[in-house]
Design a protein around this ligand. Structure first.
Ligand code: NAP
Length: 294
C-alpha cells in the first residue's frame, strides 16, 4: 500500500496565505501538518530538523515571513532572520531529504520603474528592507541548486482569517463617509484562496524556479478599495491621493504588476480577474453581515 503524501505548511496556522494553503491541501486529501509563527527557538538545537525528521513531509510550503513592511525598516536584523536566514536553513535541511520546497516571495523585490508586467527574470531592485530581505531569501535558496525548489512570487494579498488591506478598508468604510487612498501605486491584487489552489497545482506539475502567481488585471490601492466598498454596498466615497499625501516608512514600487505567462504555461490555468475574486471574498467571507468576518 502506498503511503499518503504528507505536507507541512509553515505558517499554516494563523497565516493569511498559510491558512488557505492548508485548507486547499486538506481538501485534496493530503495529510497536512501546520505550524504557527516561527518561535525564537527555530534556529536552536535542530528544532526545524527535528520537525522534518518527525513528519517526513513530501513537500514543505513555507509561508513564514516577516511581513510588516514598514516595521521592517526599524527591525532589519529581525526581518533578515525570518526572510533570509530561515529559508536558507530550511533549504539546507530539505537538500538532505526527498522533499519538495515551495517558498513564497513578493512583488516588492522590483523597483517599480517598469510600465508593463514584470517577468520572473526581470532585474530586481527592492526599495525597502522587506523587499531586500525577501530577495536575499530567494537568492539563498536558489544558490543551493535544489532539484525540487519552487519560488512563487505573489502580491497584494486579501483573503479570509486575518487582517489584510481589503478587510481594513471595509471596516473603515463602515464607519466613515470618505476614505483617502493611494492611487499612484499599481499592482496585482490577489485572493489567497485562488493563490493557494494555483500554488498547489503548480507544485503538482513539478514546476521549479521562480514563477509569478497572481490574479489577472491591475489596480491601484484606491481602485481596489473602491471596488471592495462597492461590492459591500457601503455608502463611503474613495478619494484617490498620491503617495506623498500618505507617508509610509518603507518605499513601495509605483508599479509591480506581475506577468503570469510562465504559470499558465506550466499549469494550463489562466488566473481569473482580481475583481471577480474580490467579489467572492466580499460576498462570502468579508461582508459586514458575514458571521466569520475577522
Ligand atoms: N500579504 C501580502 O500582501 C503579500 C504580498 C506579496 C508576498 N507575500 C508573501 O506571501 C507569504 C505569505 O504572506 P502572508 O501575508 O500570508 O503572511 P503573514 O500571514 O503575515 O505571515 C505568515 C507567517 O509568518 C509569521 N510572521 C509574520 N510576521 C512575523 C514576524 N515579524 N516575526 C515572526 N513571524 C512572523 C506569521 O505569524 P502570525 O500568524 O503569528 O502573524 C505567519 O506564521 C510571505 O512569504 C510573504 O512575503 C505576501
Amino acid at each position: 500500500m502506498s503511503k499518503t503524501p504528507k505536507v507541512l505548511v509553515l505558517g499554516g496556522k494563523g497565516g493569511l496565505l498559510g491558512a488557505s494553503l492548508a485548507a486547499v491541501l486538506e481538501k485534496s486529501g493530503r495529510h497536512v501538518a501546520v505550524t504557527g509563527r516561527p518561535g525564537r527557538d527555530v534556529f536552536e538545537a535542530g528544532a526545524l530538523e527535528d520537525l522534518l525528521d518527525k513528519l517526513e513531509p513530501d513537500a514543505v510550503f513555507n509561508t513564514w515571513a516577516y511581513t510588516q513592511v514598514d516595521k521592517a525598516e526599524d527591525e532589519p536584523a529581525e526581518a533578515r532572520r525570518i526572510n533570509e536566514a530561515l529559508p536558507a536553513l530550511l533549504g539546507r535541511l530539505v537538500q538532505e531529504r526527498p522533499c519538495k520546497l515551495v517558498h513564497f516571495s513578493t512583488d516588492f523585490v522590483f523597483d517599480g520603474k517598469k510600465d508593463s508586467p514584470y517577468l520572473p527574470n526581470d532585474p530586481t531592485g527592492p526599495s525597502s528592507v522587506y523587499g531586500e530581505t525577501k530577495l536575499a531569501g530567494e537568492r539563498a535558496l536558489l544558490s543551493l541548486n535544489l532539484p525540487n525548489l519552487l519560488i512563487v512570487r505573489t502580491a497584494w494579498l486579501f483573503g479570509p482569517g486575518k487582517k489584510n488591506f481589503v478587510r481594513t478598508i471595509l471596516d473603515l468604510a463602515a464607519e466613515r463617509d470618505e476614505l483617502r487612498v493611494v492611487h499612484d501605486q499599481v499592482g496585482s491584487p490577489t485572493y489567497t484562496c485562488d493563490l493557494a489552489a494555483w500554488a498547489v497545482a503548480l507544485a503538482a506539475k513539478d514546476a521549479t524556479g521562480v514563477i509569478h502567481v497572481v490574479n489577472s488585471g491591475r489596480a491601484s490601492w484606491a481602485e481596489l478599495a473602491a471596488e471592495a466598498i462597492r461590492l459591500a454596498g457601503l455608502p463611503c466615497r474613495v478619494v484617490p491621493i498620491p503617495s506623498a499625501e500618505y507617508p509610509q516608512k518603507a518605499r513601495r514600487p509605483a508599479y509591480s504588476v506581475l506577468d503570469t505567462a510562465a504559470f499558465s504555461k506550466a499549469t494550463g490555468i489562466t488566473p481569473r480577474p482580481w475583481a471577480q475574486a474580490l467579489a467572492d471574498y466580499v460576498y462570502r467571507e468579508a461582508g459586514p453581515a458575514a458571521d466569520n468576518a475577522d
